[in-house]
Design a protein around this ligand. Structure first.
Ligand code: HEC
Ligand code: HEC
Length: 196
């Protein structure tokens, strides 16, 4: 009786071990490279120059060293996640022109400044959340990973993150490097961290 209980314990311990090591060594190496590429992408997308616009509630953020403590955009801007271009009578483009203001704390600018849809929110979201969002066509503007790579390489609002105007810290790396991290991530199976 005791013997069979011990045997049962042993058998279940063995099956537990084999169930957890589902990845073989090659797969683990690929996964590791993919996760390393993702870590660099996360460094970029969670940076204030990107996350300040990628918000869930229609309220852009003012955060990063030039702003002091993080807070929602002043002057009662936004607030409705359906009004991505601002409110009638106070569009984003009332203040945000096609070019950066040259004044310190003047409005930054790029071609047609506006908010992404709430599904694309990154502000205050975890690495695993953003990772899953970025590769989900239902929440990323129906894009393939190749489309994401192209968007990062070519979009004017993304490009602004590396040329943000006086006093603002640019996003890390460059648009070209960011696009190449996405290509690496995709080539290695686009893995996401389990929770972070
Ligand atoms: C001025 C606001 C703004 C800033 C700043 C901004 N974005 Fe976006 N982003 C948008 C808008 C608007 C869209 C939606 C475009 C669409 O779907 O056509 C978007 C969509 C995206 C997408 C594709 C969809 C998805 O899943 O999110 C990526 C990738 C992206 N942005 C990357 C970046 C990166 C990287 C930065 C910083 C270097 C950045 N963005 C900064 C406004 C912004
Ligand atoms: C009344 C003028 C005004 C309007 C309207 C306005 N903004 Fe701004 N915005 C500014 C100014 C000024 C700053 C820079 C503040 C500073 O540097 O201290 C700014 C900064 C920002 C930033 C921070 C960028 C960064 O990372 O440094 C974001 C994001 C932003 N605005 C998004 C928007 C969006 C989206 C809209 C429309 C929904 C909008 N703004 C409407 C004046 C405005």
């Amino acid at each position: 009786m005791l013997k069979s209980a011990v045997l049962l314990l042993f058998v279940s311990a063995v099956s537990f071990v084999s169930a957890t090591s589902v990845l073989d060594a090659d797969e683990q190496a690929v996964n590791g490279e993919g996760l390393a590429a993702w870590a660099k992408i996360y460094e970029i997308v969670s940076h204030p120059r990107c996350a300040n616009c990628h918000v869930a509630d229609g309220r852009p953020m003012w955060s990063g060293p030039s702003y002091g403590e993080a807070r929602v955009h002043g002057m009662n801007v936004g607030g409705d996640p359906n009004l991505l271009f601002g409110n009638v009578g106070m569009l984003c483009s009332t203040c945000h022109m096609a070019e950066n203001s040259s004044a310190y704390h003047g409005p930054p600018g790029a071609e047609v400044w506006h908010l992404p849809p709430a599904d694309m929110a990154w502000w205050d979201k975890s690495s695993s959340h953003i990772c899953a969002q970025l590769k989900d066509p239902a929440r990323n503007g129906n894009r393939s990973l190749e489309d994401i790579e192209t968007h990062i390489r070519e979009d004017a609002l993304v490009a602004w993150g590396w040329a943000p105007g006086p006093g603002r810290e640019p996003a890390p790396y460059s648009a070209a490097q960011a696009a190449s991290f996405v290509a690496d991530w995709a080539a290695n199976g686009a893995p996401c961290p389990v929770s972070e």
